[in-house]
Ligand binder design. Structure first.
Ligand code: HEM
Length: 140
């Protein structure tokens, strides 16, 4: 069971972070070759699918992460392990918030989305720090 939950956590992290990297490094620059109307249509379709993938990844990361805390961290005393885990969870929530703001189908968020590339780059950078902290946590 533990391995299955770890697997779910890792797969969700790979799909979520990999998806962000793909959109940022490959899709958005490539879409610039299209005329504006075609580019907007493509990005609208992609964002619909990205929403499904990223919301699923967030749900699975939260469920498997909470389960792992119950399994691995609950008994650990307050100290460096818990401090780094707390930093990791706060940063993960920053990534989730940016992802939700970029993908929620609300017109009020269009201004935020007009700087989509910048916010995606920030979310990706923070997610990479989250993975670094996760690797460090394994050592405890
Ligand atoms: C951007 C979001 C996240 C990413 C990319 C991420 C990534 C990872 C990775 C790569 C691992 C190592 C897996 C392993 O060693 O088996 C891990 C472990 C873990 N994650 Fe996450 N995670 C995220 C969010 C969360 C959240 C929201 C929670 C808690 C609610 C959480 C709790 C944990 C716990 C408890 C571990 C085990 C740490 C240990 O080795 O003691 N993660 N995470």
């Amino acid at each position: 069971m533990t391995s299955l939950v770890q697997w779910v956590h890792l797969v969700a992290a790979v799909v979520g972070v990999g998806g962000m990297a793909f959109v940022l490094a490959i899709l958005l620059p490539s879409a610039r070759v299209l005329r504006e109307e075609h580019r907007n249509l493509l990005l609208k379709t992609v964002m619909g699918r990205f929403r499904l993938a990223s919301w699923s990844a967030i749900t699975l990361l939260l469920a498997s992460g909470l389960y792992s805390i119950r399994l691995r961290a609950w008994e650990a005393p307050w100290g460096p392990y818990w401090k780094w885990l707390t930093v990791k969870i706060v940063l993960a929530f920053c990534v989730f918030t940016i992802t939700l703001l970029l993908t929620l189908p609300l017109q009020a968020l269009d201004r935020f989305r007009s700087r989509r590339e910048m916010w995606l780059a920030i979310a990706l950078g923070v997610a990479l720090v989250v993975i670094l902290i996760s690797a460090y946590l394994r050592g405890f």
